[in-house]
Ligand binder design. Structure first.
Ligand code: ZN
Length: 205
């Protein structure tokens, strides 16, 4: 009995000392894109299968790949046919960034997540640990160019609380402080003041 306890205790210690990535991704591997070239085109042979394995809408992933690779393409059966010769490693990097951005929970690393749309914002909900986070795509033209204006009203989600208890919402590169708002709340906020990428607002509804 004591030995068993010791063993489990040690196992726990070992697990705790592992880097996050090893601990969380041990059972899930990011799918490998099977890439080949046909003439001037690049083919991802198993594109639909990749989307299926990460449980995402192929069209969603397709749009991401187009945007990130800066090319055009079409889904043909199981395959994604891209214009231009793109190296397999470049394709794989995009697959990996898609999975990290739109699939894996940033809290527990589980791929068992669901992508929801809240207005114009995509939210990743983890079925394993319940964590919720807005998706922050690295290259997202709409968000990167989002600008706030004083006096205008924006629909935002309070994703965090400041040390003083003010609600915090993210909008593009902006952090908005909203006194009186609770975490998880979706509110309309009137921007009262902007300093660089920090803004202050008040709830209007
Ligand atoms: Zn999670």
């Amino acid at each position: 009995m004591t030995e068993l306890y010791d063993y489990e205790f040690l196992l726990k210690r070992v697990r705790e000392s592992l880097p996050e990535t090893v601990k969380h991704h041990e059972r899930f591997e990011i799918p490998q894109a099977e890439v080949l070239h046909e003439g001037k085109n690049t083919i991802i042979r198993n594109f639909l299968n990749i989307a299926k394995r990460v449980n995402r809408d192929p069209m969603h992933m397709y749009k991401y790949m187009m945007r990130e690779l800066g090319t055009a393409g079409t889904i043909q059966g199981e395959r994604l046919v891209l214009k231009g010769r793109i190296s397999p490693s470049m394709v794989q990097r995009r697959v990996e960034s898609y999975v990290r951005t739109y699939v894996l929970c940033s809290e527990c690393g589980s791929p068992d997540t669901e992508l929801r749309k809240e207005g114009r914002v995509e939210i990743l909900v983890c079925k394993a640990c319940g964590a919720i986070r807005p998706v922050q795509a690295k290259i997202d033209v709409r968000l990167a160019t989002a600008t706030l204006k004083e006096g205008k009203v924006y629909d935002v989600e309070i994703t965090d609380l400041s040390r003083d208890g003010d609600g915090i919402a993210k909008y593009g590169d902006y952090t908005i402080y909203v006194p009186g708002a609770r975490k998880g709340q979706r509110v309309k906020v009137k921007i009262t003041k902007i300093k660089k990428n920090v803004a202050f607002g008040e709830v209007v509804s």
